[in-house]
Structures are given as C-alpha cells and as structure tokens.
Design a protein around this ligand. Structure first.
Ligand code: T5A
Ligand code: NA
Length: 214
C-alpha cells in the first residue's frame, strides 16, 4: 500500500508570500520524486468560484453571509478530489483554506462561530503554516491591488481574527497543527523555514486523515 500524501496548508495575510512559497514547495517535492499538487482557495475556476471571483473584484455585490457560505461551498466541492489525491499518495498543498474563511468574514463583523460552522468535517490539514509579516513589511511588497479586502484597516482586523483561529486549532487539534513561520526576509530565507517544517511532518503519512473542528 502506498503511503498517503500529506495535506499542507499555507495561510497568512494578503501579500505574506503564500503563493510564492506554495509553488516553491510544489517544485521541491516533485524534484525529490514525490507526487504533489497545488489547490488554491478560492478555486476561481468552478461555477461557485466564478461568483466569488466577481465579488472579490467588486463586479458583483453579495450579502456577507451568502459570500461566506460560497467560500465554504467552494472548499466542499473540492474536498473529494483532495481526499482522493491524499489516498493516491499525492501531497496536496493548499494556498489558503477554511482558516482564511473565518478570519476574513469575522473581521467584517460576522459571528466567529457562524464563520467556523459550515467547514465542520472538511479534511484536517496535517499542518497549517501561518506566514507572519508586519503590516510595514507587507506594505513594502508589491502594492495592494484593487481587490475588495486589500485595505490596511481590514487586514489588521484579519490579523486579530487569525490569532483566535490559531487558538481554536491548537485547542481542538493540538499545538503541532498550526505553526507560525516568520515570513520576513528574503524569499530564500522564508523558504528554508518552510522546508524544515515540512520535513518535520513526514511521519504523519502513516496516520489517518482527521476532520476539521470535530
Ligand atoms: N478569502 C479567501 C476569504 O475571504 N474567505 C476564504 O474562505 C478564502 C479562501 C483572495 C481573497 O479571498 C479572501 C482572502 C483574500 O483577500 P487569494 O486569491 O489567495 O485570496 O489572494 P491573492 O491576492 O492571490 O494572494 P495574496 O495577495 O494573499 O498574496 P500571497 O500569495 O500571500 O503573496 P505572493 O506570493 O503572491 O507575493 C506577493 C508579492 O510579494 C513578493 C512576490 O514576489 C509578490 O510580488 N514576495 C516577496 N517580496 C519580498 N520578500 C519576500 N520574502 C517575498 N515573498 C513574496
Ligand atoms: Na496568493
């Protein structure tokens, strides 16, 4: 029987360097002979993803709760494929996941428990690497674009909500499921920190997949 793949999530504020590191991790794993694939959330390709995309680009208006549920539905529609990949021995690297779902919607003012509940039962990542950058360092990177949530005051509220999300993950699933990674410094420096964390979870390939928030 093949070992299952690992389920690794990268989270962080906008511009923390997630996508850069996700693709680097993917390339390194393949170079080392592992099977790996990237799953971006939101997945803007599906019918639900297209609605989310037009909302984020401010081409459509949606009720806060409705769009929150769309982000969650977007994860549920990808969840079978994720589990299949893991069973087939493919490591899945997710660029954001349910944790962004809570942090952004709660930062807009929705109740935290409401934000967490639609994702109950999704596959639990083996580890979530939370990339931390100070607001000042993030602002020095490529300027925020025009997407809906790319504003400094909202990002500061999102950062506060991510602290509560981290507490919930550590309390319910154990401290090793949520790891903060200092994302300041060069891309190479951040990469070294990420790679050492990924190497530390190899043994989880023998464990069964758990369920989020259960
Ligand atoms: N959202 C998402 C919800 O509200 N609910 C949900 O459930 C989910 C899943 C879109 C929005 O959706 C919200 C959150 C978001 O606001 P997205 O598509 O992931 O989410 O957002 P993107 O705009 O694609 O990605 P980010 O803006 O978050 O950027 P990344 O991926 O963190 O950063 P990256 O790698 O693209 O890098 C940004 C810039 O910085 C440079 C890069 O070259 C690039 O120019 N950079 C560095 N510069 C200096 N030093 C380093 N170490 C650097 N690393 C990267
Ligand atoms: Na990104």
């Amino acid at each position: 029987m093949v070992n299952r793949g690992l389920f690794i999530v990268l989270e962080g504020l906008d511009r923390s360097g997630k996508s850069t590191q996700v693709s680097r991790l993917h390339d390194q794993l393949e170079q080392d002979g592992h099977k790996a694939r990237i799953q971006k959330f939101p997945d803007r390709i599906t019918a639900i993803g297209k609605m989310i995309d037009s909302y984020l680009r401010s081409e459509a208006e949606l009720d806060d709760r409705a769009v929150h549920l769309l982000f969650s539905a977007n994860r549920w529609e990808c969840c079978q494929a994720i589990e299949q990949s893991l069973q087939d021995g493919v490591t899945v690297i997710a660029d954001r996941y349910a944790f962004s779902g809570i942090a952004f919607s709660a930062a807009k003012g929705l109740p935290f428990d409401f934000c967490a509940s639609p994702d109950i039962g999704l596959p639990l990542p083996d580890v979530t690497l939370y990339l931390t950058v100070s607001p000042a360092a993030a602002a020095k990177r490529a300027a925020y674009g025009t997407e809906r949530y790319e504003q400094v005051d909202l990002q500061n509220r999102v950062r506060e909500q991510f602290k509560l999300v981290a507490d919930k993950v550590r309390t319910m699933h154990g401290p090793d499921r949520w790891v903060e990674v200092d994302a300041e410094g060069s891309i190479d420096q951040v990469w070294e920190r990420i790679w050492s964390q990924v190497k530390a979870i190899e043994s989880k390939k023998g464990e069964q997949i758990h369920r989020l928030w259960t």
